[in-house]
Write a protein that binds this ligand. Structure first.
Ligand SMILES: [Mn+2]
Length: 306
């Protein structure tokens, strides 16, 4: 039992410490990345880490009801705070993020920040995690707009660059929840040229959770897998606090049901991006994001248990 009330105290994720008491290397390091210079529509997800940390306090005092673990029992976890960014400077911020994540010597879970941040994360972690990762990508958007179609690096382009740089292997990657307006040539490029498996939000609703889980396992196999979770993959009725909402999305229960069946994948990291608390209502978006991270950590805790 916590002596401190769950809703009080310093706002780290799950009230985790910034360092382990014994000074050792934790199993998992959480960081915030307060960066939203890559947004194309409504900004504000620089406040995502703060919103997620605040909402995470709901999840402190219990185990996952089915996995029967909680992250703090199964793993040594820290929340080491926010990374430095170069406020107002996009390119320099990406370089700073890459440099800082490259120095973290444990499994990394990042709280964004807009989706641009996944690119420097993948770059900075390539030495540790390898290249050619399987991306498990929950999002309303494909985020593979190539530079040749106009525009600089931003939150719509990270997986174009990640694919070009060999950081991910699109042939062994999968996108879930896709539904935004998108140029036909970008959609063709994503699916036919790069080779992503693309599951629309409607596919999730009509096909059901188990069909999606099988598709993810088939695409990824035993390759090292990275989960990048854009909160706008969730329907705006359940996650309104984001910069580029798209109607017709997947529901929080579906995302949770899918995630908890993916414990057997060879996970090497996760990020949770695009939470913009200023557009949220009653903290539901931040709570959803915190719960997805908590569920991911529970999966890791189960794996360590075995
Ligand atoms: Mn998105």
């Amino acid at each position: 039992m916590n002596e401190q009330a769950t809703y009080s105290g310093l706002r780290s994720f799950l009230q985790l410490p910034a360092k382990l008491d014994n000074g050792g290397t934790p199993d998992v390091t959480l960081v915030g990345i307060p960066f939203d210079l890559g947004t194309t529509n409504r900004p504000g997800c620089r406040f995502g880490p703060a919103g997620i940390r605040d909402a995470s306090l709901m999840l402190i005092d219990g185990d996952h009801p089915e996995m029967r673990v909680n992250p703090m029992d199964g793993l040594s976890c820290i929340d080491s705070g926010d990374l430095d960014v170069a406020c107002g400077y996009l390119d320099q911020s990406l370089e700073l993020i890459e440099k800082q994540v490259s120095k973290i010597d444990s499994h990394l879970v990042a709280m964004g920040g807009d989706h641009t941040v996944t690119l420097p994360i993948l770059r900075g972690r390539a030495e540790r995690n390898g290249k050619g990762l399987s991306l498990v990508h929950i999002d309303a958007h494909v985020d593979t707009w190539p530079d040749t179609f106009g525009g600089p690096v931003g939150h719509g382009t990270p997986f174009h660059y990640a694919a070009q740089e060999g950081l991910i292997d699109p042939m062994r990657s999968i996108q879930i929840g896709i539904r935004s307006p998108v140029d036909n040539d970008v959609m063709d490029y994503t699916r036919d040229e790069l080779g992503f498996t693309v599951i629309t939000a409607e596919d999730v609703h009509t096909g059901g959770v188990d069909v999606v889980v099988e598709a993810i396992k088939k695409a990824v196999g035993d390759n090292a897998a990275y989960l990048t979770f854009d909160i706008d993959g969730i329907d705006p009725s359940q996650a309104p606090g984001t910069g580029t909402p798209e109607v017709g999305g997947i529901f929080t229960w579906q995302a949770l049901a899918i995630m908890k069946k993916l414990g057997s994948l060879n996970w090497v990291g996760m990020d949770m991006v695009e939470v913009a608390p200023a557009y949220d209502h009653a903290q539901i978006t931040s709570l959803a994001a915190a719960t997805f991270i908590w569920t991911y950590l529970c999966m890791l805790a189960v794996r360590k248990d075995k």
